[in-house]
Design a binder for this molecule. Structure first.
Ligand SMILES: Cc1ncc(COP(=O)(O)O)c(C=O)c1O
Length: 391
């Protein structure tokens, strides 16, 4: 069969591939420590689950409007206003099948062949592939490990051309955990807005910050015409499997995304929409309890990784990932890249991590600390022994 050129431009999500391989080994009876998936290990809070049960019992099981029920759009914009001080109207909001879907549709609405999209490196793998899928050009802006991967407006400015239409900022960042501080973010916005470039702010990890308060660039004065927000309930409320995200932006953009969604997926699952209303209108206590746990794990993981000879790990200020540099191990035991490191670690020490190549860097691996302390301790002990055995 001859497949489209478009689909040939992308590959399977590397993070999903690692999860699949770890799952395969587990099913074969191997004791795998899975630190690859970017997924909260906590269950969805009880009140949210109960809202879904009520939705099923009251037969809320039919199609809804493609962009979500009015009650949900109102809940999204009210939550965003409460948490960050923004002022979106429901017409500037669409509910999507996860944050990934919001990003996929946003890029579909803006990217044509040849459109340049500025993408800071390291990047979440999906951005790179989806930009390519639409025929656009990802223009990489490399952030440095020596600077804890912090992104600046100057970095972005040097990459802008007359074909630049979108700048992507994902803060807190997957995979590095770097957070763009408010003033720097405002400088980035001033730069992009002055050139008529759309700033896509991926806020999927907004509430998982360790040395600052959650904020949204969309709350900055005058930001709204030049900003689109991709958000997700997946990480914030431990709802990865429910598939509920959203896009906020100018009504015209939302209208175009709605058009696409009406043909592609129709609505996000009706039951998940009711659960999302409960999540967004209820207490944030469960979210802050998770943040407390991630904070403890981060302290342990970063210190323990830095204690392993051959590993260097900057302090991540957000999300739930550590992004250590393992290049000191290259040239030993047949390991010449992060990919080799991750493959060998999985097959020999049975620890699943994601190689930096998936995120556009060649010396790092990504470790998710959205895992129990027992798994983290075991995983790090195995990494220590694995490295010690590389000669
Ligand atoms: C940076 C970033 N954006 C968006 C998403 C999308 O999450 P979901 O589609 O589960 O809402 C993820 C998930 O890993 C992510 O890491």
């Amino acid at each position: 069969m001859e497949f489209s050129e478009r689909v040939g431009r992308i590959s399977e999500s590397a993070t999903m591939a690692v999860t699949a391989e770890a799952g395969r080994l587990k099913r074969a009876g191997v004791d795998v420590v899975a630190l690859g998936a970017g997924e909260p290990d906590f269950p969805t809070p009880e009140s949210i689950k109960q809202a879904a049960v009520r939705a099923i019992e009251s037969n809320f099981t039919r199609y809804t409007a493609a962009g979500g029920i009015p009650e949900l759009k109102e809940a999204i914009v009210a939550w965003h206003a409460r948490e960050f001080g923004t002022s979106y109207a429901p017409s500037e909001c669409i509910a999507t099948v996860g944050g990934k879907h919001a990003i996929f549709n946003f890029l579909a609405a803006l990217v044509d062949r040849g459109t340049e999209v500025i993408l800071p490196v390291p990047y979440w793998v999906t951005f790179f592939d989806v930009i390519n899928y639409y025929g656009g050009t990802p223009v990489k802006v490399v952030t440095k490990e020596s600077n804890a991967f912090s992104l600046t407006a100057e970095d972005i400015e040097s990459a802008i051309t007359d074909r630049t239409k979108v700048v992507v900022v994902n803060s807190p960042n997957n995979p590095s955990g770097a957070v763009v501080e408010r003033e720097e973010f405002e400088r980035i916005l001033a730069l992009t807005a002055s050139r008529g470039i759309m700033l896509l702010s991926d806020e999927c990890y907004s509430h998982f910050v360790y040395s600052s308060k959650p904020f949204s660039i969309a709350a900055a004065a005058g930001a709204k015409p030049n900003v689109a927000v991709a958000g997700s309930l997946s990480k914030t409320f431990a709802m990865t499997g429910w598939r509920l995200g959203y896009l906020l932006g100018p009504a015209e953009l939302i209208g175009n995304v709605n058009k696409l969604q009406s043909h592609a997926t129709s609505n996000p699952t009706s039951i998940a929409q009711k659960a999302a209303v409960e999540a967004l209108t209820g207490s944030m206590d469960a979210v802050y309890a998770m943040l407390g746990k991630y904070r403890e794990r981060r302290e342990y993981v970063v210190a323990a990784l830095n204690d392993i000879p051959g590993v260097r790990c900057p302090q991540p200020n957000g999300a739930f990932y550590a992004y250590p540099n393992v290049s000191a191990c290259f040239g030993m035991g047949g390991v010449d890249s992060s990919m080799d490191f991750a493959r060998k670690l999985l097959s020999e020490a049975h620890v699943a991590l994601v190689p930096g190549e998936a995120f556009g860097t060649s010396q790092q691996i990504r470790l998710s600390y959205a895992a129990s302390m027992a798994d983290l301790r075991e995983g790090i002990n195995r990494i220590r022994s694995f490295i010690a055995g590389l000669t």
